[in-house]
Design a protein around this ligand. Structure first.
Ligand SMILES: [Zn+2]
Length: 315
């Protein structure tokens, strides 16, 4: 027998061994997720089965994202797509409607059990009223009058999303149903523990008002009873004008020893202008996880990060 011929049966037996060594369940479907916080929940449900693909990765913001060719290809081959909805990922609205029936597209802002809050308008949360708001914002994301789509900043909403994600994956991939369901149970328990932990972290600073960069924190505020006194901008797409910045500066001066929080993706200079000449401090909050590595732990690091930043700046 020549060496070349000997290789064939060896390869065949390795392949056979490989197949036998693989668990009985089938390959998971290709799953694509829009943004990091939701991707983290999907990754936790799929642990041990597969890994979902992420669209808005790295330090990008869902508010200003433009779809890349690689994202478009991932969507084309996806069997399941999870996103929050057009109020959060406006850039996905057209690509998703063009996908056809190959993919199951799940809009999580419609999941049963999700609590929704309206965007705040007026006073401290008003957008520019001096007429220099960019026209591009009209019809864009974070539409005034629509609800706030930063839904994940309340672990109760995360649990409602997790239930919808699990139901969807079980239907799309029944062979791995037991894994998805076991992962959901474990994730629910972890989310309950996180909820209790954040409540106790936040307790000492509950009544201290602070200013945030964009109006993203209502769900966190309502769950933990913290007090956002205003935002520099309602949505990061609209750059605040001079009058707006002056208003917030006045507010910060009135509040005295407060904190003004920047966000990693957006201009920190504005925060410095707003606290200039006041006794306020500045900190950073990262509600969309721009600085965190993706994966099942991201959601927990994101929520703990917000709680810890608030506590260290306000105590
Ligand atoms: Zn946002």
């Amino acid at each position: 027998m020549t060496p070349a011929k000997a290789i064939l049966p060896l390869t065949a037996s390795l392949l056979l061994f490989g197949l036998l060594a693989t668990p009985a369940s089938a390959d998971p479907p290709e799953v694509v997720v829009s943004i990091k916080p939701v991707h983290s929940l999907v990754a936790a449900i799929m642990q041990g089965v597969g890994a979902p693909d992420l669209i808005v990765d790295g330090a990008a913001s869902p508010h200003t994202y433009a779809l890349k060719p690689s994202n478009a290809r991932a969507l084309q081959s996806a069997k399941v797509v999870f996103w929050v909805g057009p109020g959060m990922e406006a850039f996905l609205e057209k690509p998703l409607s063009a996908l056809g029936s190959n993919a199951l597209v799940v809009e999580l802002d419609k999941a049963p059990g999700i609590a929704k809050l309206k965007f705040r308008q007026g006073g401290a949360f008003e957008a520019d009223d001096d007429g220099d708001e960019p026209a591009a914002n009209a019809g864009g994301s974070d539409d005034h009058g629509a609800f706030d789509t930063h839904l994940w900043l309340d672990p109760h909403n995360a649990k409602a999303m997790t239930a919808e994600i699990t139901t969807t994956l079980v239907a799309a991939d029944p062979a791995n149903a037991l894994s998805y369901e076991a992962n959901q149970k474990a994730l629910d328990d972890k989310l309950d523990a996180l909820d209790a932990e954040i409540a106790s972290t936040i307790a000492p600073i509950k009544d201290k008002p602070f200013i945030v960069f964009h109006d993203a924190y209502q769900y966190f505020e309502r769950r933990y009873g913290v007090r956002v006194a205003g935002s520099i901008t309602v949505s990061p797409e609209s750059i605040p004008g001079a009058q707006r910045v002056a208003e917030i500066h006045g507010k910060v001066a009135d509040l005295g020893a407060t904190c003004v929080f920047a966000e990693p993706q957006f201009e920190p200079k504005l925060v410095n202008v707003v606290i200039q000449g006041t006794s306020a401090k500045s900190g950073v909050l990262d509600p969309e996880a721009a600085t965190l590595p993706q994966g099942p732990d991201l959601y927990f690091n994101l929520m703990r990060g917000i709680a810890n930043s608030l506590k260290s700046c306000l105590s």
